[in-house]
Each structure stands twice: as structure tokens, then as C-alpha cells.
Design a protein around this ligand. Sequence first.
Ligand code: B12
Length: 124
Amino acid sequence: MKYKRKLPFATVKGDIDDIGKNLVALILKNYSYRVRDFGVDVPSSRIVDTAIEWGSDVIALSSLMTITMEKMGDVAGLLKSRDKDFPLLIGGAAVTEKYVWSIRASYAKDVIAAVDAVSEIFKA
Ligand code: B12
């Protein structure tokens, strides 16, 4: 059976928006990714611990608010401190291009772009 890429998905700590996350997760599942939804308001350490435990291929994070966007950077920092280089895919209304670049993540603005972004990550 073909290996299915594992993709944990969470809305970051402090943010309870899940409509966009749910849409993107649903479509990625339809493209045969194994998506595990961690839910909303998820602490960065739990995202990282569970992603490592599960042996993820890419971590997907959503944030709709400017004040919670920085939690995505916390996840990137925690991964680095634990010598893990899972690619990060991020999205949500608050996310800016500059921020994406600053934490070395991939970004997609909507559902269709998310499908393209994930396949781009695995092309490398
Ligand atoms: C619905 C909504 C809510 C709902 C959320 C319900 C739910 N279950 O999700 C409720 C009422 C709970 C809410 C509460 C609040 N909200 Co509100 N909310 C919105 C609103 C109107 C729409 C968001 C939405 O669902 N859009 C539809 C979905 C389909 O779009 P989306 O989430 O953007 O997702 C798409 C893309 O962004 C992308 N995407 C999203 N995530 C990801 C992840 C990955 C990996 C990828 C690749 C792509 C991706 O793909 C999706 C599909 O195209 C936005 C306004 C806006 N313009 O975004 C404000 C907005 C996000 N809220 C805002 C605020 C301030 C709040 C509150 C603080 C209000 C308050 N004073 O209580 C609280 C905070 C709650 C919290 N702690 O999270 C602000 C944030 C401002 C900022 N820049 O920080 C916004 C932008 C409104 C505004 N203009 O002021 N909110």
C-alpha cells in the first residue's frame, strides 16, 4: 500500500478559529494525506510533542489573529531546539509574507493553494 504522508494540523494557542483549518484539512484528506486534527487553542509544546511521536511529514498551523500568529514561530523554534526539521505549512488571515519568510515556513492563502503547497514541499 502506498505510504500516505502524515500531516498534523492545529490552530495555535490562544486562537479558536477553526473554519478555515477544517476546510483545508478536509481537502487535504481528500488528496490522500493522513491528516490528524489537533483542534484549536493548542499549545506549541503539544503540537511539537505529538508531531514527533506520530512521525509527521509536515506540520500545518492555522492562525487568524495577529496576536496568536507568533505561536507559529514558537513551534518553529521548539522544533529547532529539538533538532527536528519537519516542514511547516502555515495559513490564516493574519499571516503575512514577511512572517512566513522569518520562520522559514511554507504558506498557502486558501484551500487550493494549500494542496499545491503540500505537493511542492514533497517535491523537494
Ligand atoms: C468567524 C470569525 C470568528 C468566529 C470563529 C468561529 C470558528 N469556529 O472558527 C468567532 C466568533 C469565535 C470569532 C472570535 C473572535 N474573533 Co474573529 N473572525 C471571524 C471572521 C469573521 C471570519 C474567519 C473565517 O472563519 N473565515 C472563513 C474561513 C474559510 O477563512 P479563513 O479562516 O481565513 O481560512 C482560509 C485561509 O486563511 C486559509 N487557511 C486558514 N488556516 C490555514 C492553515 C493552513 C496550514 C493553510 C495552508 C491555509 C489556511 O485557507 C482557508 C480557506 O480558504 C474573521 C474575519 C476575517 N476576515 O478573517 C474574524 C477575525 C479573525 N476575528 C478577529 C477577532 C479580533 C476576534 C476576537 C478577538 C473578537 C473578540 N473581541 O472576542 C475573537 C477571538 C476568539 C479567539 N480567541 O480566537 C479579527 C482578528 C484581527 C487580527 N488581525 O488579529 C478578525 C480578522 C476580524 C477583524 N477584521 O477584526 N471570530
